[in-house]
Design a protein around this ligand. Sequence first.
Ligand code: PD2
Ligand code: ZN
Length: 296
Amino acid sequence: MSQVTQLTPEWQHWIQDNLGRGCTPQSLIEIMVSQNFDPMFANAIVFHLTTSGQQPVVDRPQAGAPTATQRTASTGYTYETPRVPAVGNAFLLGDREVRVAARIEKPYIIVFDGVLSHEECDELIELSRHKLERSMVVDPTTGSDALIADRTSHGTFFALNENDFIAKLDARISAVMHCPVENGEGIQILNYQTSGEYKPHFDYFPPTDPGSKRHLANGGQRVSTMVMYLNDVEEGGETVFPEIGMTVAPKKGSAVYFEYYNSLDQVDPLTLHGGKPVTKGEKWIATKWMRQRRFG
Ligand code: PD2
Ligand code: ZN
């Protein structure tokens, strides 16, 4: 069944009424997506009604698939010069050569090979194994940690520069991501057992969610993410970007980087992403999130 990319007057009133009642835009988008709306269309239309209060364009041409340019324009996000320059296929960071395996412009995504050595991957796993706890998400209304079925991993954090080993990785990751070390949240380690997954979500704090406020107060918005794969997963566990039909298969030592915040204070909804269910074996990743400013 094809996804809905048109707004009937009934849906328009429903959105306006609910925004008027104080519902968060994110909660309305989630309901629309559950009712088979195209996620990007839902995002754009709710964003439009939230910010302008004007009549939206209710029709979108149905003939043919929209081009990448049209899709980008419809989100309202402006692509600026990326934080990580789109030049070069490899760069030397200390004793490591990090290679670019793939790049996408909109949204801005890079797959890197060799960010971590196999020994570093093993060490991160061994240092984390004994302190894993069930992963949480941010409740959009309160901003508190919440346990939900959409995220069935266990994880733990390292403090920034916690020891020499972690400090070395924090420095390398910050160089790859072109962001100061102090803007980074501590490295997070996640473990997914078979059938574990993380359903599609945004890593940024949705600006209109009341619960985002307290997270934005420390370090500002998240600007970019790097997910580093610590093992080769037997089957499943790909990182998926459903808006652009892209999946990245886990490969020990490799990473997927993406950025989603610009100088106009906009966030890029095309970076919706998730961790697909692990169907055989287990999956270990390390995640780094960068903020606008010093974090912590
Ligand atoms: O496990 C992943 O591949 C994944 C996918 C999406 C992890 C995260 N997001 C995350 O930790 O934010
Ligand atoms: Zn994520």
